[in-house]
Design a binder for this molecule. Structure first.
Ligand code: NIG
Ligand code: FE
Length: 411
């Protein structure tokens, strides 16, 4: 079935070429005013100026966009969507003055989520994650990466990854899975870090390989969590079973995570709240993407990622939500884009590119998603009437999404 979308006010992020955007290229967001878009079997077949719509369109269903603007759906390349329960009690503790590190030290944080997850069945976890995923699709997310990391036991990690595998099978949007067994040390390994690293390498990874449960290897490279040497050892073990690194780096400290990620050819190093010149120039000289998670900085009341310095130094950046119960209990990518402009001084064009095409690169899905390009999936956001691209981050409190299309069908 072909669908011809007519009378699009602005068709946003139209490209004939798919390349990772960095430096000045990130600020170029190609738009066609008053456009049409032709979709065939869920894929983008053609697009252009309304005056050029072919007359020979008898086999198509015509869909009048009535002045909506259309852009590719968000590519959210960093989430922890599978979790057992919210943690608003810790949120209240933080309001009273405790830090993220204080809460972690008293058994809250990731360990709190791990104990809840280990007491929740796979079916319940799946149902909760499925509801969240559907909410995110309504908010315009059209591809997503999801991490394990709240199991911290062989059974718990495998259970989480199996939930993600079921989401992959059922979801109309593409899902990528990252194994984050090295999220923190479980209580029983508090005095025996090497024991837990051995458990990951000797017990978890072989089962993950056998059941093909993950695409990427993630490690929380941070002071008090996994140091750069441990991160490298773990990533190399993941790489040996085909998992490319995609790691948590430089969130709370200058952890060396960026450098180790670049050294290993990581797809991305994520967070980057705490960067110095060496970390920035190392990233800029690499093909590793720096994924910024502004809603996590916002929620933890930390300094925002130095997005301007990263872009100006020629780093390739992506934007993602980090959706998780501890540091970003929201997967709203519209808010991520707003916050990136308001708090990190990205231009609307830079933010949209980083949340679409560069996000697709950060999940290695750039040939399927991330721009309006012939042959890519028709995963599209139809906006309410908006005067311009800049209106999207400007009107930060409004839901400007009218409809979301996945594989050429409205959800
Ligand atoms: O990406 N920083 C490490 N992991 C998560 C938070 C996990 C949690 O607090 O539950 C993050 O922010
Ligand atoms: Fe994260």
């Amino acid at each position: 079935m072909n669908v011809l979308v007519t009378n699009i006010h602005q068709l946003i992020n139209v490209r004939s070429e798919t390349k990772l955007l960095r430096g000045k290229d990130l600020a170029e967001l190609p738009v066609i005013q008053n456009a049409y878009l032709l979709i065939e079997n869920g894929l983008i077949k053609a697009f252009g100026d309304m005056s050029l719509v072919g007359s020979n369109q008898s086999e198509v269903q015509v869909l009048d966009a009535k002045g909506a603007s259309v852009l590719p759906t968000w590519c959210d390349s960093h989430t922890h969507l599978v979790f057992a329960a919210s943690r608003e009690e810790e949120f209240v503790d933080k309001l009273k003055g405790m830090s993220y590190a204080d809460i972690a030290a008293k058994g809250g944080g990731i360990l709190n989520s791990a104990s809840k997850l280990n007491n929740t069945s796979e079916d319940v976890l799946f149902e909760l994650a499925w509801q969240r995923l559907n909410e995110l699709m309504q908010l315009g997310t059209g591809a997503i990466e999801i991490k394990s990391g709240y199991g911290l036991s062989v059974d718990g990690e495998l259970k989480m990854l199996r939930v993600i595998k079921r989401l992959k099978e059922k979801s109309p949007i593409p899902v990528k899975a990252s194994f984050l067994g090295a999220h923190t040390y479980p209580i029983e390994f508090k005095g025996n870090h090497q024991g837990y690293i051995d458990l990951i390498i000797q017990e978890m990874l072989p089962k993950i390989a056998e059941e093909q449960l993950a695409d990427y290897m993630d490690v929380f490279c941070e002071d008090g969590f996994f140091d750069p040497i441990e991160t490298e050892t773990l990533c190399r073990a993941g790489m040996a079973i085909g998992l490319k690194p995609k790691i948590h780096a430089n969130q709370l400290n200058l952890s060396g995570g960026t450098q180790v990620g670049v050294k290993l050819g990581a797809v991305s190093v994520d967070h980057l709240e705490t960067m110095d010149e060496n970390a920035i120039s190392t990233l800029a000289a690499s093909s590793t993407i720096g994924t910024l998670l502004p809603t996590a900085a916002f929620f933890l009341r930390m300094p925002f990622q130095p997005a301007r310095a990263l872009v100006d130094a020629n780093c390739a950046i992506a934007l993602a939500s980090d959706y998780n119960p501890g540091s970003s209990p929201s997967g709203n990518m519209n808010l991520v884009v707003c916050m990136s402009c308001i708090q990190m001084k990205l231009s609307p064009e830079e933010a949209i590119n980083a949340a679409t095409l560069n996000g697709a690169f950060a999940m290695e899905m750039e040939h399927e998603l991330g721009s309006i390009t012939i042959g890519k999936k028709a995963n599209l956001i139809f906006t309410k009437p908006i005067p311009s691209v800049a209106y999207l981050p400007y009107a930060f409190g409004s839901n400007l999404i009218d409809k979301v299309m996945i594989n050429g069908v409205f959800i």
